[in-house]
Ligand binder design. Sequence first.
Ligand code: NCD
Length: 301
Amino acid sequence: MSHVLSCDQFTRSSLEELFVLTDNIQADGSKYSRALAGKIVATIFYEPSTRTRLSFEAAVARLGGNIISTENAKEMSSAIKGESLLDTIRVVAGYCDAIVLRHFDSKAALKAASVASVPIINAGSGSGEHPTQALLDAYTIYKYKQSLDGLTIAVLGDLLFGRTVHSLVKLLTLYKDVTIYGLSRDVLALPDEYVSLLAKKGVRYIACISFADIPAEVDVLYHTRTQTERFQNSDLQIEEFVIDQSVMNSFSPQTILLHPLPRRHEIAPEIDQDSRAVFFQQSHLGMYVRMALLYNLLSNQ
Ligand code: NCD
């Protein structure tokens, strides 16, 4: 694999291999601590990030590689002088062995890959996709549920602009007998292209209007933040579906709660004490998934 642009490019066996490698790295990171020795990874972020950039950088460091970075490329790179994304990519590719790119244009990673001489890793492209987040989401589900076949999952919140949901539903099409419940306000419903893809791949998709539409025994609740920064109309007010303890109590003791983070009010802080709330473990596991991905892309071993 040379670029990581979209969840379209994964197969079930490539995911299974990645998860086994992630398990191994997690079990004994010291075996991998020189895997990227002499390699340089650039992180170029045109949109804010905490987890994605820092976990990628931690992953590179833990594999013995080096990082060059621009964390606010919109203002602190030559973009502010009018340089195009493609010129920046052409130049930075000459300094490093891979580029981790986050950009507000949903086609940015694809465009970057068309000119880059090194692998491009899409770390979030506008309201399009966020494939490495979906890999860590799927890995977290695998860790807690052992398998994704037969999974029932509710995706909640901003299904329109939420790139993590877009990538995750694509990955879920690789598994058998999956049912997805989608709970959002009408204006933030899952775009038709994803609904059609799910239908084509035989994944059941059930659009919901309240928590009561989601079965109490659902395996996973996957909540997301309303992506207000992507609203054309900044006055648009969205009433969020808030998961507080009384909502959580209506679900099974086996239902786990995921969130790509950052969360705001959509998950009440009281939920953090609930053992089913595994979103901090999820973000922690993400670092190992990113180590595995970088290892596959860059290690000579
Ligand atoms: C997400 C993103 O950037 O799309 N964050 C992340 O990478 N964990 C979700 C969000 O910003 O709401």
